[in-house]
Design a protein around this ligand. Structure first.
Ligand code: NAP
Length: 269
């Protein structure tokens, strides 16, 4: 899969269609959406309008909690494919580690064997939940998409996933701008040193840790800026400086907080 992709969370349909089209024009090939984002149809329209051949694309969408289960996951997958206007997906993820995850996983194994999902994975799974899935099923997850940015570096989880052959993917690489990330003194220091932006430094820091990144933007100049991260390199000192920003905790919410489990579990897809 491409190491750099494009995320489409929290976009209106119009923003999504225009931004995905622009991203594809610039050269992004991985597009990350989800049933719960409500914009799979807009992604599909942009893909068709782009003229990029299907085989060059890497399209990911995700199964929502309310559809977890062996039969319901197949139905939800088919509904997502229909909305996207595709006949296969490159990656299908279980969005949250809640509900009938094992039933959903058996359905996803079937989808992979049928070739309708080229690969299958999970999101927001803690290492213990990943191991449970590995030991009780046939196909291990190819990917775990987790919150990962300078304030939540997830070093232990990344190491665990690497040891178990699961590709780490970062969501929220900019922590959605939280903690004034774009003006952080450490990050602006490294950015100035390289004549780059803070966003580019963050993406480099992730890519150099072999983490797949999917930054989101609805702003054409930023969509381009976030793609121009392959012609410079951070050194060991830069990497170590950025590592000092780790707060060891989520900038959003804890997936093990019962109130969060209840809130996410109650959301219809
Ligand atoms: P993000 O990429 O960390 O941050 C997006 C924010 O940063 C937007 O406000 C964007 O502004 C701004 N931005 C982007 N590039 C910038 C730049 N070069 N300079 C300054 N500001 C910049 O947040 P995210 O959307 O939450 O995460 C990325 C993707 O991960 C999502 O789109 C989604 O695909 C995925 N995700 C998955 C989960 C999950 O549970 N699996 C959860 C969250 C997200 P503008 O858009 O206004 O330009």
């Amino acid at each position: 899969m491409p190491i750099l992709g494009f995320g489409v969370y929290q976009m209106t349909d119009a923003q999504c269609e225009a931004s995905v089209l622009e991203a594809l024009r610039i050269g992004y090939r991985l597009i990350d959406t989800a049933a719960i984002y409500g914009n799979e149809e807009a992604v599909g329209r942009a893909i068709r309008a782009s003229g990029v051949p299907r085989q060059e694309l890497f399209v990911t969408t995700k199964l929502w909690v309310s559809d977890a289960g062996e039969a319901s996951a197949i139905q939800a997958f088919e509904a997502s494919l229909g909305r996207l206007g595709l006949n296969y997906l490159d990656l299908y993820l279980i969005h949250q580690p809640f509900g009938d995850v094992h039933g959903a996983w058996r359905a996803m194994e079937t989808l992979q064997r049928d070739g309708r999902a080229r690969s299958i994975g999970v999101s927001n799974f803690q290492p213990d939940r990943v191991m449970d899935l590995i030991v009780t099923n046939q196909i291990p997850p190819a990917v775990n998409q987790i919150e990962l940015h300078p304030f939540h570096a997830q070093s232990a989880a990344v190491e665990f996933l690497q040891e178990n052959g699961v590709q780490t993917q970062s969501w929220g690489p900019f922590a959605e701008g939280k903690n004034d990330i774009f003006n952080n003194p450490v990050l602006t220091g490294v950015a100035t040193k390289h004549g780059r932006s803070v966003a580019q430094v963050i993406l480099r820091w992730l890519i150099q840790r072999d983490i797949v990144v999917i930054p989101k933007s609805v702003t054409p100049a930023r969509i381009r800026e976030n793609f121009e991260v392959f012609s410079f390199e951070l050194d060991t000192q830069d990497m170590q400086q950025i590592a000092t920003l780790d707060q060891g905790t989520s900038a959003f919410f804890d997936h093990r907080d019962p109130a969060i489990v209840k809130w996410l579990g109650a959301r219809p897809s």
